[in-house]
Design a protein around this ligand. Structure first.
Ligand SMILES: [Ca+2]
Ligand SMILES: [Ca+2]
Length: 234
């Protein structure tokens, strides 16, 4: 189990203790995990990414499935799931994709909340680096936090054997709201993590509106709890 997952599982099991002792937990555990993230070597990843913006119901969200790989690859496939009651796909585009052959045409179902694709790169060298696989336009239907994840995905090496090389699938979360409150993703990296919680904690007692997540005019533990609760759900 990756370190962060292990930490999250541990926190879930001992949640009440951490809420009581939260400041100590922040200083020691969370600073450490942020350092580990920064020192990580390059990995083969598949992610769903979105440009910054405000998410409100009925305003389209444009997202990209992107792949990053330090070694040469030639097959990429995946299935994503989204909550069909909160979100619908309005279109999928393969324009400017790094994939140039499709084993399975990209498709989606707004009834079951799924998106799937499978394709390859026909080239003597395969593909190394970072590039776009697909662009997806979503329409949020209502307020709330919306999670989109890869339930399965694979990336195969351009080594004549098709060795599986995908190391991490990174979904995303949107915070759709009609009221103009700051997003709990205060550092804007599309994840609710210890970094967001740390930023809110460092502003405790201030009236910095960027961290006043519940809109009561000051930054308090109530705002920290909003981030903490979402972090535990993720
Ligand atoms: Ca964040
Ligand atoms: Ca507040």
């Amino acid at each position: 189990m990756p370190t962060m997952e292990r930490i999250k599982k541990h926190i879930k099991e001992h949640k009440h203790k951490y809420i009581l002792g939260m400041p100590i937990f922040i200083l020691i555990g969370l600073l450490g995990s942020a350092i580990i993230e920064q020192l990580a070597p390059p990995r083969t990843t598949l992610s769903l990414v979105t440009h910054a913006g405000e998410f409100t119901p009925d305003k389209p969200i444009v997202a990209e499935i992107r792949m990053k790989t330090p070694g040469s690859v030639n097959v990429v496939a995946g299935t994503l799931v989204f909550p069909a009651d909160q979100l619908e796909v309005s279109s999928i585009s393969k324009e400017n994709s790094i994939l140039n052959i499709w084993v399975e045409e990209p498709k989606f179902s707004n009834a079951s909340g799924t998106i799937s694709f499978a394709g390859g790169i026909i080239s003597s060298t395969g593909f190394i680096g970072e590039g776009k696989i697909l662009e997806i336009t979503f329409n949020p239907k209502k307020e709330g936090s919306i999670r989109i994840d890869f339930i399965e995905a694979s990336v195969l090496a351009h080594d004549g054997k098709g060795t599986p090389v995908l190391q991490e699938k990174i979904g995303t979360m949107y915070f759709v709201r009609t009221q103009k409150l700051p997003s709990p993703d205060v550092n804007g990296d599309w994840k609710i993590t210890a970094s967001d919680m740390r930023a809110v904690i460092l502003s405790l007692g201030s009236s910095d509106l960027r961290y006043d997540l519940n809109g009561d005019g000051r930054v308090s533990w109530a705002d920290v709890t909003i981030v903490f609760t979402l972090m535990m759900k993720g």
